[in-house]
Write a protein that binds this ligand. Structure first.
Ligand code: S3P
Length: 439
């Protein structure tokens, strides 16, 4: 399909739907909470990935209902019902990793599967530590790939410390949740910080998160529902709108009621360090998270190198940041981002492929890439027809769409990007349209 031309100017204010990472966590913790009470969740993400998590919980006997302006979940407790069929995580890595812990701890056998992309993603990073806790898990390539079979053991062994080799919030979350089914602490430490939503949401569910003298974290207590929870807007979804604010002509985009957790604002920091006219303001704390607004205005950008600890803080935004960098002056470079190779697609390959299709000379490394930006006139320089590929990846698809809005030329993309995008941000096209100014 051809990426439609909307406008080159984007102005206005948008509130995006609830953050996907927090939505997974709140709905799972609600189902696992003790006490047969209900929780009302406001602004839950409408992403397909979150629907996968909700469907799996339903298959396991958790009652989830759409109610007036919210989603209502009836708390079931730590032991769920045996499912009737194979549990399907679709495209969602977070669902697969978190449920690997939950299913290992149940008292029945189960099977967990995913789509073609998820079947290729590494599961060994969560299966290995769970096995050390006694979990009985079988799967292809010694359990590194879905489908996985679990024979629930009812309780974990505990008393183990896990030092992760890569920062991964999904693995950290699975191991922290494993504490619910263990009498001894299960401790985890990362080589550098990843998103910390689990550490922030557990106390809201009356679970204490502790850190020992060696920096390992673990938790104590069983989840209890707080009754209501409001999910702040998804900062990863917002990044595509902020990119339009920065790249558009005479543009100014404000995203409000959005998550501003410092472990998720790497993209904003990166844009600012490239000279982007982007400001954010934390207005309140809600559900343990910082929430506020971000304003992005048309900017001239200087390319930069990004590596080290900022990478996990913007890991999902590297595709859109790289497309934004096409419009910068100088050499843009990303290193220490090998994790991108095992996302929904190999995102290093996907970024390099698409930039080359634009005629840009890209150098690819195992852990990143570099290229020279086309500068402030990039929109005019890119005046031909370009055939790009989403690789079935939502964040690559949205990055391509943003580029298509800004350049003078035409962009064609292979996939049905509408269904691809709904993996994380079904409102993407309507939100972009609401900002586009007719000239
Ligand atoms: C997520 C963690 C990150 C991120 C993913 C969501 C989460 O993955 O890329 O989109 O919700 O915990 P890793 O844990 O693999 O780094």
């Amino acid at each position: 399909m051809e990426v439609p031309k909307l406008s080159k100017t984007f102005r206005g204010k948008v509130k995006v739907r609830g953050d996907k990472s927090i939505s997974h966590r709140v709905i799972v913790l609600s189902g696992l909470s003790e006490g047969n009470t209900k929780i009302k969740i406001y602004n839950l993400s409408s992403a397909d990935d979150v629907k996968r998590t909700a469907n799996i919980l339903s298959e396991l006997g958790v009652e989830i209902k759409e109610a007036k302006g919210c989603v209502e979940v009836r708390c079931k407790g730590l032991y769920l019902n045996s499912p009737q069929s194979v549990l399907y995580a679709g495209n969602s890595g977070t669902t697969a990793r978190i449920f690997s812990a939950i299913l290992s701890a149940q008292k029945f056998p189960s099977v967990l599967d995913g789509d073609e992309s998820l079947r290729k993603r590494p599961m060994g990073r969560v299966v290995k530590p769970l096995r050390e806790l006694g979990a009985k898990i079988w799967g292809k390539n010694n359990g590194d790939h879905l489908p996985l079979i679990f024979d629930g053991i009812g309780k974990f062994g505990g008393g183990k410390n896990f030092l992760l080799s890569v920062p991964s919030a999904q693995v950290k979350t699975a191991l922290l949740f494993a504490n619910f089914w263990s009498d001894e602490p299960i401790k985890v430490k990362e080589p550098s910080p990843s998103r910390d939503h689990t550490e922030r949401i557990l106390p809201i569910f009356s679970v204490n998160v502790k850190k020992d003298e060696d920096g390992f974290i673990f938790c104590e207590g069983k989840p209890i529902s707080p009754g209501v929870f409001n999910v702040p807007g998804d900062i990863s979804s917002a990044s595509f709108l902020l990119a339009l604010g920065v790249l558009g002509e005479n543009s100014e985009v404000e995203v409000y009621d959005v998550l501003l957790n410092p472990t998720r604002t790497g993209f904003i920091q990166a844009l600012k360090s490239m000279g982007g006219d982007v400001e954010f303001c934390v207005e309140r704390e809600e559900g343990g998270e910082q929430v506020g607004k971000v304003v992005a205005k048309s900017s001239f950008l200087k390319a930069k190198e990004f590596k080290g600890e900022i990478i996990p803080l913007m890991i999902d935004e590297v595709p859109i940041l790289s497309f934004v960098a096409v419009f910068s002056d100088g050499v843009f470079c990303v290193r220490d981002a090998k994790e991108l190779r095992v996302k929904e697609t190999d995102r290093i390959h996907a970024i390099c492929h698409n930039l080359r299709a634009l005629g840009i000379d890209v150098e690819e490394y195992e852990d990143g890439f570099s290229f020279e930006g086309l500068g402030r006139d990039a929109a005019k320089k890119l005046k031909n027809e370009y055939y790009l590929k989403s690789f079935g990846d939502h964040r690559i698809a949205m990055s391509i769409f943003v580029l298509g809005c800004i350049i003078d030329g035409k962009i064609f993309v292979d996939d049905d990007i509408k269904s691809v995008v709904s993996v994380s941000y079904p409102e993407f096209f309507s939100d972009v349209k609401s900002l586009s100014v007719k000239v």
